[in-house]
Structures are given as structure tokens and as C-alpha cells.
Write a protein that binds this ligand. Structure first.
Ligand code: NAD
Length: 259
């Protein structure tokens, strides 16, 4: 498939393996012509990310812990070097909460793990948006996408502190869209229904979430990574040139029902 991303350069945060939502998005962008740089979180997953990145001829695969300002600065400098000082697209598909906080009661979340969840899952969007702003400015604009979930808008059992982090992330999308709109940089989110990934496995009761979607979503079926790739490609492309500060729900319509 040729396409909407010919000549475009993107940075993708959050691939852990071939099931990662970040990979589903990257695959689609690459199919449509994008050149992509990737980060991975640690040595444990480096091999998987290098293999996947190699399959789309990526010019840069580099380590990044989004909690580290030094890592954010280094990754941005490496990206600038790989892409001649410019960037069109940033995919932010990163989140973390301690497994024990996705099982018990939200009220029991300790202070340190509360802030870790918000730091990794929400502040990282702010720090990367700020870091890549000059690279997008060099192209006359750009597009940023993050992944969110309904658990940031309503209490979803077991989602707990991750829901609070997603609420923060959703608000960050709107404030970043306001600030960066002046530079023609758009910032949007996709709110996804449940997809079986590494991160999803740490949420207690994830199979129950899936069953409820099947029973109650208007379309009575699950979404796939391909659905997310297609939605992301739209939001990140010029076709969405006047769409910013928005959340697109890719969840078989589940968010729209009251029971
Ligand atoms: N899977 C779902 O059902 C679902 C639904 C809605 C939203 N989401 C969101 O989609 C995004 C991607 O998750 P996924 O489901 O593809 O799972 P995943 O485990 O494949 O991806 C999560 C990524 O976050 C990275 N990460 C965690 N801590 C990090 C840190 N400190 N520094 C750098 N990277 C770090 C991991 O390495 C991993 O690559 C997350 O924001 C998640 O909340 C997932």
C-alpha cells in the first residue's frame, strides 16, 4: 500500500512485542510509506523490538525509560540525527501501573506508586511533546497520538490508578493541543476497547472486561490491532488536518451505552 505517509518521519514509543498496540500502529504507518524510529524500555524486550523495527527498515532503535529526562533528551537528539532535524509523527503508546494496584482497591494505592503511574502514563506525553516540538516546527507542523481508555472517564473495576493516570493523560491531550496548535502540531487520543497485550495481562479481571464488551457493546465484538492502526493512520495523516484535542473511540461502541 502506498500512501499518506510517503516522505513522513515518525517516532514510536511503546513497542514491547508483536501484540503491542504501538506495533499495530507502526505497521500501518510503515505500510503507507512512513519511516519510523522506535524506542524500547529495557534489555529484556530489546531483541523483539529490534526484530520488528528491522522488518520495516527502521533507521533508529534505541533504549528509553520515559521517567528519565536524560533518556528523553538523548532519544530526541538521536531522532533528529536520523531524520535530518525533523519529525512529522509521534506515537505515544506507553503506560505502567504496579500489578498489585490493578487488583485490589484504588483507595489503597500508595503515594509512590500513584505518582509512578501518572509519571509513566501521562507526564511522558508532555515531556516528549515538548522535546519534539522543534523537530515538528522544522516541518511546519506535525501530529501526536496517544492511547487512552474509558477507565479514565468512569470507574472501571480493577483499572484503579491507571484510570486516574488516563484522566490526567486525557486532560494533557487538550492542553497540549492548545499550546501546540499555534505551531500546527495536532494532539489526539484513541480510546481503545480491550486488546490482549502484555500490559492488559496485568489487569485483574481483564477477561471479564472482554466478556462484557461482547455482551453489551452495540457491535458485540472485539476490536483488533488493525482497527487501531487504521484509526491512528487517519488521525496522524493530513486527512485529519483540522482534528485536534480529540478522543476517537475504537471500542465497538461500548462507551456509548449506559447499561
Ligand atoms: N490493551 C488494551 O486493552 C488497551 C486499551 C486501551 C488503551 N491501552 C493503552 O495502549 C497503550 C499501549 O499498551 P499495550 O496494550 O499495547 O501494551 P504493551 O505492554 O504492549 O505496551 C505498553 C508499553 O509501555 C512501555 N513502558 C512501560 N513503562 C515504561 C517506561 N518507564 N518507559 C518506557 N516505556 C515504558 C512498555 O515497555 C510497553 O512497550 C497503553 O497506554 C495502554 O494503556 C491499551
Amino acid at each position: 500500500m502506498g500512501g499518506r505517509f510517503e516522505g513522513k518521519r515518525g517516532l514510536v514509543l511503546g513497542v514491547a512485542n508483536q501484540r503491542s498496540i504501538a506495533w499495530a500502529i507502526a505497521r500501518r504507518l510503515a505500510e503507507e510509506g512512513a519511516q519510523l524510529a522506535f524506542t524500547y524500555q529495557g534489555e529484556r524486550i530489546e531483541r523483539y523490538v529490534r526484530d520488528l523495527a528491522g522488518s520495516v527498515s527502521s533507521p533508529l532503535v534505541t533504549q528509553c525509560d520515559v521517567r528519565s529526562d536524560d533518556d528523553v533528551a538523548r532519544v530526541t537528539a538521536e531522532t533528529a540525527e536520523a531524520f535530518d532535524g525533523s519529525l512529522d509523527v509521534l506515537v505515544h503508546s506507553v503506560a505502567f501501573a504496579a500489578r498489585e494496584d490493578l487488583e485490589g482497591r484504588f483507595v489503597d494505592t500508595p503515594r509512590d506508586r500513584f505518582w509512578t503511574a501518572v509519571d509513566v502514563s501521562a507526564y511522558s506525553l508532555v515531556s516528549f511533546a515538548r522535546a519534539v516540538e522543534p523537530l515538528m516546527d522544522a516541518r511546519g507542523g506535525g501530529s501526536i497520538l496517544t492511547m487512552t481508555y474509558l477507565g479514565g472517564e468512569r470507574a472501571v473495576p480493577h483499572y484503579n490508578v491507571m484510570g486516574v493516570a488516563k484522566a490526567t493523560l486525557d486532560s494533557c491531550v487538550q492542553y497540549l493541543a492548545w499550546d501546540l496548535g499555534k505551531k500546527n502540531v495536532r494532539v489526539n487520543a484513541i480510546s481503545a476497547g480491550p486488546v490482549r497485550t502484555l500490559a492488559a495481562r496485568s489487569i485483574a479481571g481483564f477477561p471479564t472486561m472482554e466478556e462484557i464488551v461482547e455482551q453489551r457493546a452495540p457491535l458485540h465484538r472485539h476490536i483488533t490491532g488493525d482497527d487501531l492502526g487504521a484509526a491512528a493512520a487517519y488521525l496522524l495523516s493530513e486527512e485529519a488536518q483540522n482534528v485536534t484535542g480529540t478522543t476517537l473511540y475504537v471500542d465497538s461502541g461500548y462507551h456509548s451505552v449506559g447499561m
